[in-house]
Design a protein around this ligand. Sequence first.
Ligand code: SF4
Ligand code: SF4
Ligand code: SF4
Ligand code: FES
Length: 958
Amino acid sequence: MINYFDPRSDIDLGTPERVNDVQVSLVIDGRSISVPGGTSVMRAAALLGTSIPKLCATDSLEAFGSCRMCMVEIDGMRGYPASCTTPVSEGMVVRTQTPRLADLRRNVMELYISDHPLDCLTCSANGNCELQTVAGQVGLREVRYGYDGANHLSEQKDVSNPYFDYEPSKCIVCNRCVRACEEIQGTFALTIIGRGFDSRVAAAGGDDFLSSECVSCGACVQACPTATLSEKSLVQLGQPERAVITTCAYCGVGCSFRAEMKGEQLVRMVPDKNGGANHGHACVKGRFAWGYATHPDRITKPMIRKRLEDPWQEVSWDEAVTYAASEFRRIQLKYGRDSIGGITSSRCTNEEAYLVQKLVRTAFGNNNVDTCARVCHSPTGYGLKQTLGESAGTQSFDSVMQADVVLVIGANPTDAHPVFGSQLKRRLRQGARLIVIDPRRIDLVDSPHARAELHLQLRPGTNVAMLNALAHVIVTEGLLAQHFIDARCETEDFARWRDFVAQPDNAPEVLGPVCGVPAEQIRAAARLYATGGNAAIYYGLGVTEHSQGSTAVMGIANLAMATGNIGREGVGVNPLRGQNNVQGSCDMGSFPHELPGYRHISNESVRAEFEQAWGVTLQPDPGLRIPNMFEAALDGSFKALYCQGEDIAQSDPNTQHVTAALLAMECVVVQDIFLNETAKFAHVFLPGSSFLEKDGTFTNAERRISRVRKVMEPLAGKADWEATVALAGALGNPMQYRHPSEIMDEIARLTPTFRRVSYAELDRHGSLQWPCNDAAPDGTPTMHIDQFVRGKGRFMLTGYVPTDEKVNSRYPLLLTTGRILSQYNVGAQTRRTDNVAWHDEDRLEIHPSDAESRGISDGDWVGIGSRSGQSVLRARVSGRVAPGVVYTTFHFPESGANVITTDNSDWATNCPEYKVTAVEVAKVFQPSEWQKRYQRFSDEQRRLLKERRQAEAAEVRR
Ligand code: SF4
Ligand code: SF4
Ligand code: SF4
Ligand code: FES
């Protein structure tokens, strides 16, 4: 635990670090120091431990030089230069503290204070205000100008944003917020309006913050040196007393945070400057949307019921796990060993995912374990393993700062991976060139000061055709990196691939019409990617969630190898992983065919290692994948499920199929923090713990293992890993762990890529990117540097096979799905926060021409139907989608986006084809039949829960 006041944790050196091979020596207040050329005098002084007063400078932003508080004297220079904007030079002699400087600084401070309310005692920043600190530093004792002149003291607060207030009377117009929005976030939502005395901060594009272009990332709030911009939670709760460094539990960026606490109360989340993935930045979800963790909907008592129609019965942990274990054993006795299985959670920690798969393999005695990666990035695992030899992304996020060309395909980083999206935009503003391949005009295509040079707006389902056409241009126009291929790749596989993609059938002129993209655009993109310098590919679920998801991943790896864009900084193949720990849950052996570290269950020597460590005999054959579990449930051979932290009833495709499978089971055990959609079909409910309530680790999209640290006790009395341990004990397979660190020690012993990972090493390094072992004790930021993990890189053939999901006269439109910034996945967390202020329902985006031909206007209720089912949403008429394509998010269960999606899936991994569904859309006036049924069932389940709560209250009263 890091003390809130520990200076090492958050010291501000005034201006950003400079990287320079040339060292410059200077003398500051009689002391010598050498710093990299380009460093500011202010930073050099801070490195010596000398704090020069400052207001407009902070080390997360470029120096601005507006407040004049940081004046110094420098031999040979006239006047009093600002130390924040003055770079060091060889032999420079600087004085930071002289009587003259003290006078000047006091005078400047006096001017600031004469237009600042002196309500320090009641101000939310009291005790943590830079203006207050600097006033003390310069020894301000009086304000000669009085408060009678013109001032801003009566200006009105803007409290429209749900998470922070803007109190203009306290603004010193230091511009830090404006620069933070530009430099860090890249949204350019703030501006200074007016001139001189009338200068004021304003949010552009609206009357107030909420209606403006602001995306509520909070960078401006963090940068503000006064209470002008401050978190509402801080205003309500007061200054925190301590901080604990932990990791965001939302997306795969894996931002590090200081959870600032007052007793057991979380006051605010402040992005950690030392965070390897985020460097002090965050998005609206991680920084602000944590209120769900203590939401009244949290269920904190274990519950059981015999039938779904019965009211829930609250029981002790012992009773709950004993009942679950007896049901599992009864069912196995009746239907056989393989009639039960488990699902690990990508929201939970590595240690928790590891324990669930261990429980399935040891206590259930089968390999029926799977995870949500089945429905998102399983094709990444397969495709990258086949071509490069390792099932993970090749780079750090920071690597993008070395990229000259960035190709984003099937991903929407500014919404789904916002902190990486901001970093990418920073690189684009520095001059990197961008290619976007996506059916939808995502924000990156045209954002302030960063736009795509090429947007290839392909038809959903044609990624492989597009990748083959790009490869065709690279091969036939002589753009191959032949030296790299000769040295690093399998010769025969390359030759086979080269001959295949060179076939005339793969020319852009042939495949362009298939994709709906002009051939010239495809040729331009291929040339830019192959010849533009360091070229990096970032991709997301728009690549994987297709019938040819694995083929597309291999196509991407082929492109990178063919152009030599792999094995160094600035290049690579980078899957943008969805959930906080989806990389980790895959690493931990959550697949039915793999033990931790992606080692196949059929490998006898690997199995022997685990058998010895776990004291059991393992089954050598792969178990059931999630879709196979559903099929088996419907045919009567799969009867019970332990589902930890995963809402399959909402997130998996073809909802009616999933719910029918759940209804066919005799015992569904759900472990979650809320009564989610799946829990409505459960017989045992084990209350889960949020990321604030436990210790553990998450692994992000760059293979970075970061600590999750407990900041409060589990509301239900047990962390998730403790519940699994209890269940294992009840099943007669006791697990002996006193702390999650011991689970990680076991993982490290049994997993070659984790061999040197331990909590002590994580504390020492901050975070570690696997492989982390004797060959790489400090971890591996960039993979495949000298050779591929599989030895030689392997080009794979990627023939394009159109999906079976085709438009026809009945279903003439293609539906594709995605996420939005303010909501997260199934929305269970974000829907229970003020993020609903931005997005409180899923909408169906439809092109104006398709809307017009169906008589649909913006905001109309529209029915959307596929061969799987029907639902009803409101329409958003938008030119972001092309004619013939409609798009929706899936954050609200009642919108039933997955009632529409089909159970088509990737040929190699069964990853569902969420991104392509043939549909028809029509204006309607009432909910769909499914929605009516859903509403009735949900109302009934809520009634049963309410009855349990009323009974509980009556019990307490007695
Ligand atoms: S919250 Fe973020 S997007 Fe909004 S104004 Fe501040 S820095 Fe800009
Ligand atoms: S709002 Fe804060 S950061 Fe922005 S100009 Fe005013 S005092 Fe500076
Ligand atoms: S970018 Fe992702 S990890 Fe970072 S704060 Fe936002 S949701 Fe959390
Ligand atoms: S801190 Fe240098 S001018 Fe403001």
